[in-house]
Design a protein around this ligand. Sequence first.
Ligand SMILES: CCCCC/C=C\C/C=C\C/C=C\C/C=C\CCCC(=O)SCCNC(=O)CCNC(=O)[C@H](O)C(C)(C)COP(=O)(O)OP(=O)(O)OC[C@H]1O[C@@H](n2cnc3c(N)ncnc32)[C@H](O)[C@@H]1OP(=O)(O)O
Length: 193
Amino acid sequence: MSRAPEPWPPVETDLPQRHADAPDPGTDLPPHYAHCFGCGDQAEDGLHLRATVGEGHTILSQFTVTEAHQGAPGLAHGGLLACAFDEALGTTVGNLLRSPAVTAKLETSFLRPVPVGTTLFIDAHLDGIAGRKIYVSADGRLDAPDGPIAVRARALFVLVDLSHFVTHGRKEDLVAVAKDPSLLSHRPFEINP
Ligand SMILES: CCCCC/C=C\C/C=C\C/C=C\C/C=C\CCCC(=O)SCCNC(=O)CCNC(=O)[C@H](O)C(C)(C)COP(=O)(O)OP(=O)(O)OC[C@H]1O[C@@H](n2cnc3c(N)ncnc32)[C@H](O)[C@@H]1OP(=O)(O)O
């Protein structure tokens, strides 16, 4: 694997308009799903990522690495950091385009260790769209919005119909959401399991 950066986005893309209903810059976003490992307030050992809409095509997220997130003693697990970027990038796609999408491919570069207690500041950017394919990337900085970059990520998300979630989601969780719609911050569909 080479360290030389490959072109990004890898195909010709357009820069999409922010959706007319996209939240305004400065808006603090609620968890999109209460049990989401990335952002949910009911996911006990989750990452509890918090995100704020930035200017243009950006969303700024942050999370603090806890003891529950270790890989080596006192250091964040790399796969868990990748999860944080998946969340930050997915939030960027979902909120700026207001369309359901899933991660198809996620690439992470780990540039510096991330100790327990660190707050990562993740600056995510919507880079382009080609049909159903959305390209996003992010830098994660240590302890300040202008701190040293510890992790970089880029990802392909693919736009899907809402039926993707109803078809593939576990029934008892869909039933729980139907009973308590407040578990989702957006209520895009009626679930009648
Ligand atoms: C009012 C409405 C409101 C809606 C919502 C609004 C707001 C939401 C707000 C906030 C949301 C907030 C937060 C979200 C936070 C976190 C997000 C976490 C996201 C995840 O954690 S999500 C779980 C992991 N994720 C999966 O569980 C996906 C499993 N997977 C599949 O479900 C299929 O695999 C799928 C659907 C990806 C594609 O399947 P498919 O059949 O639909 O389409 P197809 O295969 O044709 O791919 C189409 C084009 O993508 C290219 N392509 C596909 N995969 C590729 C790859 N890996 N590498 C390179 N290119 C790839 C193809 O090559 C083709 O390209 P081309 O068109 O050029 O040929």
